[in-house]
Design a protein around this ligand. Structure first.
Ligand code: ARG
Length: 480
């Protein structure tokens, strides 16, 4: 049989298969027959939620400490539970923990093992909580850590962009609109556009973190608990900035995961644009850059090929990042309060977005410092395509011609240049004066690409001095 996620072969690769062993199920009391073997595999989440184990254990330790503080556990019970949980953590870390499908998910696997390990006192850990508030807490703790790791990677990529921009503040390339040569720009300026996109992504991530860092624990199944719990204490122990105000909302909404997926989708969209330009620029038609060999692959049939697989894959990854956002929104839509098993489906899209965002950021941050820049090809391209035509029109305006008339004059000049196979800078003064007597000898400076970029000298524009200053500000603005 072909292996898929619900076959025994799939599970045996990732967990010790203990199918249909109902004696171990913590909720088996009210059931008359064992779970159907396929239903067991179908409903289990252990195959993917086991990655939550460090956070599940941290949450349980904080819960046990809080229970002892309010007198629900004795100090000795608390300590036995904590030692047991720490032992389980060590076992999982060293690969000595056999996950069981019959125990459904990470929470029941760990709790059941705890009782096997420390005896009946382990059964007291779940006092005053439910898997519903437990899973919501685990996912939030896990996502909080991942957000911090992702923020570091975004910063690393932003730094790589600034480091690459620094020596290229005055390197001239064509700027495009409609992918047609528009006006000359500096390469450093182009890189700073990418920096700004990442800066907003970073702000979105930071904002999302605030709403992730809210504690559901204490909501129990849905209505709260009859024990005299101290939610402030648990929140303090786990580093939560706030406590969920409503127990029904706390166990049911996954909008924090949706927000993260939205962040990831926007970042993925930005990286896909970044990727697309790297692909274009490294083509034989542009030759603006050369990607390092170790980030490219060859063709099995065409010996000359060096394919930009890394940016292509990053461009392609945006598809699953958008898809994961759509999956989470659809999963949540129309769910009645409070917890529903639908929510178990939050994990795979969320984890997939986390893994792929981290992968894309890492590979770009690693690659960027090794990209070779070809200023000669960039300059040559900027000099073609009549990129200083707007400068010529602006020159005429300064001589008193109305902008619309200047536009018309330059348009006719460009048509003449196309017909004679010349660029604007190659036209003689006599040729230029056929189109306007206002065109004088000083027009030559205006027609150069260097003059063009230097003239755009204000905040946010492409002049080398402005780019230099913008890099300096960017280093200070980077979200720490
Ligand atoms: N594995 C479940 C999930 O991921 C844990 C919560 C289960 N709660 C329940 N009442 N079935 O959502």
């Amino acid at each position: 049989m072909v292996e898929n996620r619900y076959t025994a072969a799939y599970f045996s690769g990732i967990v010790a298969l203990t199918v249909n062993d109902d004696t171990t199920k913590p909720w088996a009391g009210r059931f008359n027959e064992p779970t159907d073997a396929f239903v067991e595999a179908f409903t289990a989440s252990i195959g993917f939620d086991k990655r939550l184990y460090p956070h599940d254990i941290a949450g349980s330790i904080a819960h046990a400490r809080m229970l002892a503080k309010v007198g629900v556990l004795t100090a000795a019970e608390r300590d036995t539970i904590i030692v047991g949980l720490e032992g389980i953590l060590a076992d999982i870390n060293s690969g000595q923990f056999a996950w069981s499908v019959a125990l459904e998910d990470v929470h029941m696997n760990i709790e059941t093992r705890l009782t096997e390990r420390i005896g009946a006192v382990g059964k007291k850990l779940h006092t005053g909580r439910s898997r519903n508030d437990q899973v919501a807490t685990d996912v939030r703790l896990y996502l909080r850590d991942e957000i911090d790791a992702i923020a570091t990677e975004v910063r690393r990529l932003q730094t790589a962009l600034l480091d690459l921009a620094e020596p290229h503040c005055a390197t001239i390339m064509p700027g495009f609109t409609h992918l047609q040569t528009a006006q000359p720009i500096t390469f450093g300026h182009h890189l700073l556009a990418w920096f700004e996109m990442l800066q907003r992504d970073q702000q979105r991530l930071r904002d999302c973190r605030k709403r992730v860092n809210v504690m559901p624990l204490g909501a129990a199944a849905l209505a709260g608990t009859t024990y005299p719990i101290d939610r402030q204490e648990t929140a303090r122990l786990l580093g939560f900035e706030a406590i969920a105000e409503n127990s029904l909302d706390a166990v049911s909404d996954r909008d924090f995961a949706i927000e993260f997926a939205a962040f990831a989708a926007v970042l993925g969209m930005h990286l896909s644009r970044f990727a697309e330009e790297l692909i274009l620029w490294s083509s034989a038609q542009f030759r603006f850059i050369d990607l390092p060999d170790r980030f490219c692959t060859g063709s099995s049939i065409m010996p000359q090929k060096k394919n930009p697989d890394v940016p292509e894959l990053v461009r392609g990854k945006s598809g699953r990042l958008f898809g994961n956002l759509m999956a989470l929104l659809t999963l949540m839509k129309g769910q009645p309060l409070a917890y529903n098993k639908d929510n178990q489906e939050d994990k795979e899209p969320l984890f997939d977005s986390i893994d792929n965002v981290k992968g894309c950021l890492r590979v770009f941050a690693d690659m960027l410092p090794h990209v070779q820049i070809n200023p000669t090809a960039m300059l040559a391209a900027a000099q073609g395509g009549f990129s200083t035509a707007t400068d010529l029109a602006d020159y005429l305006v300064r001589k008193g011609v109305a902008f619309r008339d200047a536009h018309e004059i330059v348009g006719r000049t460009v048509r003449y240049a196309i017909e004679t196979g010349k660029d604007l800078a190659q036209l003689s003064l006599a040729e230029l004066q056929r189109f306007s007597s206002q065109l004088q000898a000083d027009v030559v400076a205006v027609l150069s690409v260097e003059g063009s970029v230097a003239a755009r000298n204000h905040l946010g524009a492409t002049a080398p001095a402005q780019v230099q200053a913008a890099i300096k500000r960017a280093r200070q603005r980077m979200v720490s």
